[in-house]
Design a protein around this ligand. Sequence first.
Ligand SMILES: [Zn+2]
Length: 352
Amino acid sequence: MERKVGFFCFKDKSARLICALFALTLMLPQICLAGEEPEIQGQDAVQQQSEIQEVQEKTEAPNQADSQENREDPNAPDMSATLVAPIIPTYLPIIMYHQISRESSKLGAYVISDAEFEADMKLLHDNGYTTVTIKDLLAYVNKEGILPEKPVMLTFDDGFQSDYVYALPILKKYNMKAIFSIIGKYTDENSDEKTPRHVNYSHLSWDEIKEMQSSGLAEFQCHTYDMHDMSKRKGALRKWSESAEDYRQHVLEDLGKLSQACLEHIGVAPTAFTCPFGCYSDQLGEILKEFGFPAIMHSYQRMNILTGNPDELYILKRFLRTHNKDVSEWVAKWNELFKEPIEDVKKAEKKI
Ligand SMILES: [Zn+2]
């Protein structure tokens, strides 16, 4: 079993050497025991779990006592521990939802019923899945946090009002988190009191987004400010008639507009771009990276394998949840994958 432990940073070499010898002395009995007694595996696993827990605790709450101590004696070696979370390769299924409705005539490829959404949450909950967000993925690739044993990501595209009316209460009931990719222009329009609204067709307002954000279960991401359209261009792709530079400027301006609006209304800028209509090009990818997005969500329907490489976040693939889809088939397949830890990525890729 591979064991990854945190390391310490010291300002001078002698302090580092003394501590390394000290650490080795502490570890010696454990190394001998592991060699002699195969049954130590169980304890070892428990210990690794407690180390992981320790990493989580350290990540969430930095040890203030340590830093206080260091401040008292400026000449003392820097003994503050920099714990690094272990990267454990994992599968990551991501489900793509759009709208939720109680009108049966509306149900289809992009609209499911609230009962279907609740059944999905119950199924994932009963099968031991834990929802993760883009924030969790960034902590994982930055070695600042670990992912749960069976992670799953729930994503909602287009920022429909049904996210607030139907999805949020169900997420609260199961304590599950979801990512909502909003279109800034629609949000602004729906925040105007004069705009007639109905859950069957409306989009979220900033007040609804604020309330969702304060639940701690919603993360808001970028589905462009005003490029969710197929009439002027294919989503956020370049028009034939525009120069590469004009296109770049147009996209950067659009992304900046939504980021600014999110900062103003909810105090957090998006960290992921969700491709409108799944349209993507390398040129768009370069602009998104230039803007600073560390993650891009696509519509390729495939399982993700994460190994800690930050580049993997640029190609997050998602399964489209349609009306009448038997999600238990997906979950049964995922359960099989999660039974075995990923030791060989090539082999794991063949399984998906
Ligand atoms: Zn969309």
